[in-house]
Every structure is written in structure tokens, then in C-alpha cells.
Design a protein. Structure first.
Lengths: 278, 245
């Protein structure tokens, strides 16, 4: 074959076509950035307008302006309470995902374990978080431990399911190739299965990033004095709707940042396109 | 060779016998379901026959596999998508007990050049065309100089133009490397153009239907397909395939 990457670059209209393509690409990139901002701004405006027109009392729902003022005024308290929640969410995320990856690895190599214990995992997953929380508080006390456990439990299931799928769904011919090459189970795991599972793992991690924060907050609802969850409960009992909304915004913002961090890592790690798009 | 399933027991191959001399090129031709892929997998020790005997240069298939006597090219190129073309060709050096290439043996780069992919070493599989991916997979199978190359409909998923070109190149690679090739196909033209021998299999259960020597010159190009000699071999094989039903 004589076609190489170099010989393709010899076309008079090429520069202009590439420039046009680049312009179109930039325009699209800006559109993708601006439209969500416009969407959010319009909803804020609608919210403010409704509160103003319907004369909603401040203990029912605050205006966006009141929320913004509270966000600024109570910033130190909000940040102080974000710290424990963030620690719980991150610790739970790490713990839950590591355990899920280890168990998925065991399941893939020992089918009997999967058949015996997967139903147990499904059963535990069917218990709602709000029901798991009191059980864990009784078991683990009032500190950070039950919150971490809840966050871990909530991350565990999607990662386990996706990871098992990712480790198992290798191209059957690639498996045959490994056998022809007399590869060991260990080599098959590290050279084939683990790499193959990464796109699946990251889709689970993206779900886990936001659910871990939810888990930590729900954990704090039950017997906690600090954290975003505790702040939510307190502001509700005080009819301090502006504080409630500000707390929720801080919690969500943290989730979004966490989610964004996972996407950034995914872009660094998964640089290929899947052979068989799922 | 039998497969027992819940619903029934399938006899995939019965009384099949074949042989290919060292340095030969045998095409295995037959309809879908005649067990030609199974036969190839028996030779590669990917499936164990329920009865029968296979010898690969005097070794049992398992021993031949362990000694890296075999190269296997699949219908799907089976490249690892996270590895570049070069890294895919290097895979055999990294698994199954890491081993160094014998001195003088072609390096991964040289093999990529042999299959016409010089300059594409650092491309990822999704950046390559189907034909190029299959070339990479052939280079990978050739690494370490296997004495027997097993090819399971490697060009079956390619368009005809690419397929023709790769057929020509495979003849050249075969002549340059001197490796023995077992080539499974369901294209009569491909079987005759490539093979020195053609074994026709019939289906249900898979069994020998005919064994034909291809009396064509060693140096062939695709124009040979228009010659009367070629056409008469082809029609002979078509008869054999028809009788198999």
C-alpha cells in the first residue's frame, strides 16, 4: 500500500475547508456553552417572577434574590457544613467502588460466588436508602461512619453490575486469541478484561458521584448536628426557606463538581473508542 | 466432534480427515455449518474433540499451542481497541510467559511493513479501515514465526475489492514467510486462488466431500481467475459442494 498519512496532504481547497470546519466547530462549542446558561437564567427569572406575582411568603418559598443574599451572608457556615458531607461522600464513594470492583473481579472468576451472592446484593439494593440509614446509625453510631457506609452502599450496586458486565463482555475472539497465546488468567484479566471494563466502570462512577452525595446527606438527616443534611433539616424546622435553598444549592454544586471531576478523569483514561459500541 | 446441548446433540464433524504438508496452503471450503471453523479450532486447541486425533508437526494441539507453533487469524480482527497497531502486534510477546523474539526473527515493525502498514504503527484500530485492521491481525499472528497459520474466514467481512487485494498479499506473505496455512472460507474463488490444495466439506454432519489439488502456477495474480484452468477447478468444486447436500 502506498497511501501514507503524508501523501494525503496535497489538496488546493483543503485549507479553506479545514478553516470552515473549524469555524463551524467553534460556533457549535459556544452554542453548547451558552444555551444551558440561558436555560438556567430563564428558569431563575421565572422563579423570581412567580414568587413576586403570587406574593409567596418567605417561610414557604424564597425569591432567588433572598437565596443569593443568604448564600453570600452565610457562606462561612455553609462551607463549614459542606466539609463533613464532602468527606463522607468521598470516603463512601472510594470505599463502595473499591469493594464493588473487588467483588466484581471475584464474581467473574468464580461463577459459583456470583450465583450464590448476586441475589443477596440485589436484595440489599432493594432496601430504600431512607430505610438503610436508621439501620446503619444503630449499627455504627452517630459519627461519620454510618454516613460513609450509606454513601458506600449507594455507590456499590451500579458499579458492581457495570463492572461485572465490563469484565465479561470481552470480544469472544479476543478471548480465543488469548488462549491461542497461552495467556494466564492473570494476563487475561490485566491485558484484556480490566481495560475492556473501563468505559463501563466510568459510566457507573458518574452515577456514583452524585448518589454518594445523596447518601451522605440522607445519612445526616438521622441524628447529626453538622453537615449539609443536618443544615437542611434545621432550616426546615426554622422555616428559614432561604437558608434551606442555599444549602441545597451548595450540596448540588458539590455533586456537579464531583461529577465533572469524574468526567475529566475519564477523558484522560479512556482514549479509545469501544470496538463494539454498547 | 460432538456438541451436547439441552435440546439435542449435534455432531459437528464426523470422519473428517485432512493433512497439509509443511509449507503448504490448504483451503477449507464448505457451506455454513459444515464445521470448518470447528475443525480449525480443534487444530488450535480451542476446542477438544470428543474423538479423533490431531497432530501438528508431530505434536498434540495443546503442546503446539504452548510452543507457539500456531498463529490464528479470526474473522473479526480481534484487535484490542486501546492499543495502537504496533502495540497490538506486540501483544504475543507480553502474554503466555513473556518471551523475547528469536534473533533474526522479524520485529513487529517489520511485520507491519510486510503487510503494507508502514507509517500506521501508532494508529488506533478505530482509525484504521476493516482491511487494515485485518492486516494488523495477520502481522500479529505472524509474530514469532509460527509454522502453522490458521485463518478463519479472515476476509469474510470485507468488501470484494479489499478482499481481492488482501488475497494477493496473502499469497505474497505466504511465499515470503514459508509458513504453512490452513485457510477457511466459503468463497470458491478465494479457496482456489489462495490454496495449493482445497478440501471441500459437506454439512450435517461435517464430513469430507472432496479433496482437490490446485494445479496453477505458484506465482499467481488475480487475472488467473479468468483462465480456463481456474474456471474448470472452480466448477469441479461447485459440483462437489452440490453433491454434499
Amino acid at each position: 500500500m502506498s497511501i501514507t498519512a503524508d501523501t494525503l496532504i496535497d489538496d488546493p481547497g483543503l485549507k479553506e475547508a479545514e478553516a470552515a470546519h473549524e469555524r463551524a466547530r467553534r460556533k457549535l462549542a459556544w452554542r453548547r456553552r451558552l444555551l444551558p446558561v440561558a436555560g438556567i437564567l430563564s428558569m431563575l427569572l421565572l422563579w423570581w417572577f412567580l414568587v413576586y406575582i403570587l406574593e409567596v411568603p418567605p417561610f414557604v418559598a424564597p425569591s432567588p434574590v433572598a437565596v443569593a443574599t443568604t448564600l453570600v451572608a452565610k457562606w462561612p457556615i455553609l462551607m463549614e457544613n459542606l466539609v463533613p458531607t464532602a468527606i463522607e461522600a468521598l470516603a463512601g464513594f472510594t470505599l463502595g467502588n473499591i469493594v464493588a470492583i473487588i467483588i466484581a473481579t471475584v464474581f467473574v472468576h468464580r461463577k459459583m460466588m456470583e450465583e450464590a451472592f448476586f441475589p443477596v446484593v440485589v436484595l440489599i439494593n432493594t432496601i430504600p436508602v431512607v430505610a438503610k440509614a436508621p439501620i446503619l446509625v444503630l449499627l455504627l453510631g452517630n459519627g461519620m461512619e454510618p454516613k460513609i457506609a450509606i454513601a458506600a452502599l449507594i455507590c456499590f450496586f451500579p458499579t458492581l453490575v457495570n463492572m461485572v458486565r465490563g469484565l465479561e463482555s470481552v470480544n469472544p475472539q479476543a478471548m480465543e486469541l488469548m488462549r491461542v497465546l497461552s495467556a494466564s488468567e492473570r494476563e487475561i484479566f490485566f491485558k484484556l478484561r480490566l481495560r475492556n471494563s473501563l468505559p463501563y466502570l466510568f459510566s457507573a462512577l458518574k452515577i456514583a458521584a452524585s448518589t454518594a452525595v445523596i447518601g451522605a446527606i440522607v445519612g445526616e438527616w438521622i441524628g447529626s448536628t453538622t453537615g449539609i443534611g443536618a443544615l437542611i433539616i434545621q432550616s426546615m424546622y426554622n422555616f428559614d426557606s432561604a437558608m434551606l435553598y442555599a444549602t441545597v444549592i451548595v450540596g448540588s454544586a458539590f455533586s456537579v463538581a464531583f461529577f465533572g471531576a469524574i468526567i475529566a478523569v475519564e477523558r484522560l483514561v479512556v482514549r479509545w473508542q469501544p470496538a463494539n459500541p454498547v | 466432534m460432538r456438541f451436547v446441548t439441552d435440546r439435542r446433540t449435534v455432531t459437528a464433524l464426523r470422519d473428517v480427515s485432512m493433512g497439509v504438508e509443511a509449507g503448504g496452503f490448504l483451503s477449507l471450503l464448505g457451506p455454513s455449518g459444515c464445521g470448518k471453523s470447528t475443525l480449525l479450532r480443534v487444530v488450535a486447541d480451542l476446542v477438544t474433540p470428543s474423538a479423533g486425533h490431531v497432530s501438528v508437526f508431530g505434536m498434540a494441539p495443546a503442546a503446539a499451542r504452548a510452543a507457539r507453533t500456531l498463529g490464528f487469524v479470526f474473522q473479526d480482527a480481534a484487535l484490542l481497541p486501546w492499543r495502537t497497531a504496533l502495540q497490538n502486534v506486540e501483544l504475543p510477546l507480553e502474554v503466555g510467559g513473556t518471551r523475547d523474539l528469536q534473533r533474526g526473527a522479524p520485529t513487529p515493525r517489520e511485520l507491519l511493513k510486510l503487510v503494507g502498514l508502514e507509517g500506521w504503527e501508532n494508529s488506533y484500530p478505530h482509525e484504521l479501515s476493516g482491511g487494515m485492521r485485518q492486516r494488523v491481525s495477520i502481522a500479529r499472528a505472524l509474530l514469532g514465526g509460527p509454522r502453522l497459520l490458521l485463518m478463519d474466514e479472515p476476509f469474510g467481512a470485507l468488501d470484494e475489492i479489499t478482499r481481492d487485494r488482501l488475497n494477493e498479499e496473502l499469497r505474497r506473505v505466504w511465499q515470503e514467510t514459508g509458513t504453512t496455512i490452513l485457510f477457511v472460507t466459503h468463497s470458491v474463488y478465494e479457496a482456489v486462488y489462495l490454496g495449493e490444495q482445497v478440501l471441500v466439506l459437506a454439512a450435517n454432519p461435517g464430513r469430507n466431500a472432496a479433496h482437490v489439488s490446485v494445479d496453477l502456477p505458484r506465482d499467481r495474480d488475480l487475472t488467473i481467475r479468468e483462465t480456463p484452468a481456474f474456471t474448470s477447478i472452480v466448477s469441479g468444486l461447485r459440483d462437489a459442494l452440490g453433491r454434499g447436500h
